[in-house]
Every structure is written in C-alpha cells, then in structure tokens.
Write a protein that binds this ligand. Structure first.
Ligand code: 5GP
Ligand code: ZN
Length: 134
C-alpha cells in the first residue's frame, strides 16, 4: 500500500490536478486522458479493486461519479460520458487502487465501442446456468 501511486496522490506525496475532494473520496485528472477532462474517482482508503471495496464505499463512489459526470459534461460541453472500471490486469487494470474513470465524449471523437458477437449454439443456455441468480 505504501507504494501505491493513488495513495500517494491521496496523501499529497504525489501531485495531481484535483477535481473534487471530500472526507472519503478524491477525484483528479487522469495524466493520460482519453479526452480532455478524463477524471479518475477513487476512495481515499486503499482497496485493490471492485471486489475488495465495501458496498458503503462503492455507494459514495458512484454517487460522486454521477455528480461529477453531470458537471464535467456541462462545463466541457461534452456530448456524453463513458464510465469505466478495470478490475484485474487481464481487464486492463494498471493501478491496483479502486478507481472509476469518467471519460467525456464528443460526437466527433471517433472512439468505437467494443464489437459484440452473437452467442453460438447452446452458449447462452450454458452460460446462464453458470451465472444466474448469484
Ligand atoms: P487503469 O488502467 O488501472 O484502470 O487506469 C489507471 C489510470 O491511471 C490510467 O488511465 C493512467 O493514465 C492513470 N495514471 C497513471 N499514472 C498516473 C499519475 O501519476 N497521475 C495521474 N493523475 N494519473 C495516472
Ligand atoms: Zn492505494
């Protein structure tokens, strides 16, 4: 935890452009923004990822994400907002301190969403047997 970059940003050991701060939550500009205004929202306390973060903290985190998203969209004249959260390195998580990305989107930014493909035969039935009602 001592070596965690986002803990260092939280306690002031590393610099950041702060967007918002309260007792439990901090939001700051991503250093390599996908679009201008790309903001990271984190709990000040260290948790590694979604699975480790208590529900109460997640509640505060997502309501802050909502509030900041509305403000960022309005102030930057964005056309939309993507919310992202990467959990585990296979999913692209690089910093192992829970964080949610707010990415302002503009009609002409030309980013594409992931391409989906229909299920193959029996795949949906087999999958639903594994994951339903959890
Ligand atoms: P992840 O891939 O873990 O979901 O996202 C980590 C994010 O942290 C990346 O978008 C990356 O640009 C951002 N980041 C990495 N190092 C720093 C830093 O030193 N300061 C800030 N503000 N953002 C950082
Ligand atoms: Zn941390």
């Amino acid at each position: 935890m001592n070596n965690c970059l986002f803990c260092k940003i939280t306690n002031g050991e590393a610099p950041s452009y702060k967007v918002y701060e309260d007792e439990d939550i901090l939001a700051f500009l991503d250093i390599n923004p996908v679009n201008i205004g790309h903001t990271l929202v984190i709990p000040k306390k260290h948790y590694e990822n979604l699975y480790e973060t208590p529900n109460e903290v997640l509640g505060k985190l997502i309501s802050t994400v909502k509030k900041l998203s509305i403000n960022i969209k309005e102030k930057l004249n964005a056309d939309g907002i993507n919310i992202m959260m990467n959990n585990d390195s296979s999913a692209g998580q690089v910093i192992f301190h829970t964080h949610i990305h707010i990415v302002p989107r503009f009609r002409e930014d030309r980013f594409k969403h992931w391409k989906g493909e229909p299920y193959k035969e029996r795949e949906a039935e087999e999958t639903i047997e594994k994951i339903k009602n959890q």
